[in-house]
Design a binder for this molecule. Structure first.
Ligand code: AMP
Length: 415
């Protein structure tokens, strides 16, 4: 027996998964985003440069492959934003803002647990080439409307913080460094992060560290005039649009390319892995990835697997498209298989969903099968029906039977 790789999933019923992807696609189309797809493999360097070397993703979680002769390191993508920016620059897109989304599997070598997988799925949306802070507001609002109005989620919260511009962070990092220097109980990782990439201390999961950081200086108190005004605008506009949020001063997000706006939607019933969507502004990413010109941008990633976990508790209230009614053709024996396949072919050509039982099972077990499969009716073809060019249509709900000419079955079923 060969089992699936730790941290991966076999998705054997995609009803909710597909409903989710379709709902997100519809919502994004309403806001004029268009769909793109980028490769699952990318140069490792793309993520090393953009996500930051002291981030968990780059430090410990990348699936990297050495391709041999040319020594080029490639990896399974851990996220989609850097790849979307690479694609934008590589294609020389001129029309901005470029509003796009993509979806698919991402790979991170994390410790698996409920809601955390090594292969997981994200929808990633990006507005590339706009420094208007109102784009951030619109991205947050479209997500809020999706989660609340369309997916009918209720027990969740929107957390927001504002990381300022590069200059603000220089000032803030100095204040934070001085504050951390006064503390004596930092964990070993935070001691390293304090020296190498100080904002990452806020990602620390150690409880004692988190308690200490509650009293740390807040970055929103170190903003320049422009950033302060943008931060006020975000808060006011979200209030105008009736989007509820909480300001969480320690929210920095796990990837280095974010600045100014950062946000996360967290499910209150999801346990330890509670963020089901996160995003923010990334004004420097284009130049980090190799563009000669700055393209300020904003985006978000939805964690599909965690959203599916949330929707499982809600599925009765959702408008999940119904499957078409199923009809099962039950030929008595091999002699009727040809006519059964011919009838199926005609019905399927008319968009009627049909399955044919071709295993030579007994009549009783064919009816049992049709019942289990939730068929609306069973189309029985025995020697008598074959001779008379008819089928017996057995209604699986009422049990009523009716003989119908083979020529008229489609009209009969549609009626
Ligand atoms: P990130 O790309 O880290 O900003 O994450 C965006 C969203 O992707 C998170 O809010 C999660 O919902 C989801 N996500 C990230 N990592 C994982 C994982 N290992 N397993 C499942 N979902 C994940």
């Amino acid at each position: 027996m060969i089992n699936r790789i730790k941290g991966t999933q076999d998705l054997l019923d995609l009803t909710l998964f597909n409903f989710l992807i379709e709902s997100v696609k519809k919502q994004l189309a309403l806001y004029n985003f268009h769909e793109i797809a980028t490769p699952i493999i990318e140069p490792t360097d793309l993520f090393k440069r953009s996500l930051g070397t002291e981030t968990d993703v780059v430090n410990k979680e990348m699936y990297t492959v050495n391709t041999g002769a040319d020594q080029e390191l490639i990896c399974l993508r851990p996220e989609a934003t850097a790849a979307t920016m690479r694609a934008f620059i590589e294609a020389g897109i001129q029309t901005i803002p470029w509003k796009v989304f993509s979806w698919g599997p991402m790979f991170r070598h994390e410790r698996p647990q409920k809601g955390r997988y090594r292969q997981f799925h994200q929808v990633s949306l990006e507005v590339i080439g706009s420094d208007s802070i109102y784009q951030d507001i619109q991205v947050i609002t479209l997500l809020e409307r999706l989660f609340c109005d369309i997916l009918k989620l209720d027990e969740y919260a929107l957390h927001i913080n504002f990381l300022g511009c590069a200059q603000d962070r220089i000032v803030f990092k100095k204040l934070l460094y001085d504050y951390l220097t006064t503390l004596t109980q930092l964990c070993d990782t935070c001691i390293i992060r304090k020296e190498k990439n100080i904002l990452r201390v806020f990602d620390c999961k150690v409880k004692t560290c988190q308690e200490l950081y509650a009293d740390a200086p807040k970055i929103t108190q170190s903003l320049c005039a422009t950033c302060l005004s943008e931060w006020q605008t975000i808060k006011q506009s979200l209030e105008h649009l009736s989007v509820s949020y909480s300001h969480v001063p320690t929210l920095v997000r796990g990837l280095d390319y974010y600045e100014k706006t950062v946000f996360e939607f967290v499910g209150l019933q999801l346990g330890a892995q509670n963020a089901f969507c996160g995003g923010g502004r990334y004004n420097q990413l284009a130049t980090i990835v190799g563009s000669k010109q700055d393209y300020p941008s904003v985006g978000a990633a939805l964690g599909i697997d965690r959203l599916v976990l949330l929707l499982e508790q809600k599925k009765d209230g959702l408008l999940i498209p119904q499957k078409p009614p199923l009809y099962i053709i039950a030929p008595f024996s091999k002699e009727q298989f040809d006519i059964a396949l011919l009838l199926a072919d005609e019905l399927q050509a008319q968009n009627i969903c049909v399955d044919v039982l071709l295993e030579g099972a007994s009549f009783k077990s064919m009816l049992r099968h049709a019942n289990k499969a939730g068929a609306r009716a069973c189309l029985i073809i025995g020697p008598d029906e074959q001779k008379a060019r008819e089928v017996t249509v057995k209604n699986m709900i009422t049990g009523a039977e009716e003989k119908v000419s083979q020529r008229d079955v489609a009209i009969f079923l549609k009626a």
